[in-house]
Design a protein around this ligand. Structure first.
Ligand code: AMP
Length: 152
């Protein structure tokens, strides 16, 4: 179900806020540094990256968290993560990749449209604080290009 069409939404997702920033990105009302898009998902750079190359994958479905998410869109998100993670790894020459998905404020979630984080990790390079420091937009654009090239 596209994020714009929520007539079939159930009681479990009434709390979904149509004006959250990722819903706006999906409706193209807000910009993003996209790296990949298909019918069910979108991948783009995190604007407050915890390491260089920090990328997000979101489903085109109006769900706050894993509990509200249609299973087909959960599968589509996983499939896109599986496609993007190797490209991020190659683009940033990262020996490790952290994949995380937070559900609820108590788990640290700050944007209430479900998303998966893909974060390059290297020994000796600490994670920056979560959702704290805005990156340089020219740099983010270059990083998105690097990932797109790695995707081929
Ligand atoms: P979470 O805390 O798991 O909900 O993560 C939300 C993530 O979205 C954080 O890592 C933020 O840095 C990131 N973020 C917030 N606003 C934007 C935006 N407009 N574009 C890209 N990433 C964003």
């Amino acid at each position: 179900m596209p994020v714009q069409e929520n007539s079939k939404r159930t009681i479990s997702d009434v709390a979904y806020d149509e004006n959250n920033i990722f819903a706006k990105i999906l409706r193209k009302e807000a910009p993003c540094f996209a790296v990949y898009e298909d019918e069910m998902t979108l991948a783009f750079m995190d604007v407050m990256p915890q390491t260089q190359g920090h990328t997000l994958v979101i489903p085109k479905f109006p769900a706050e968290n894993i509990f509200d998410l249609d299973p087909e869109y959960a599968a589509a998100m996983a499939k896109t993560v599986k496609k993007i993670a190797p490209a991020v790894k190659a683009a940033f020459d990262a020996p490790g990749i952290l994949i995380a998905q937070l559900n609820g404020a108590a788990a640290g979630q700050t944007v209430f449209h479900i998303h998966t984080h893909i974060i390059p990790r290297s020994e000796g390079i600490d994670l920056k604080l979560h959702a704290r420091e805005m990156a340089d937009f020219d740099e983010l654009k270059q990083h998105a290009e690097r990932i797109k090239r790695a995707l081929g």
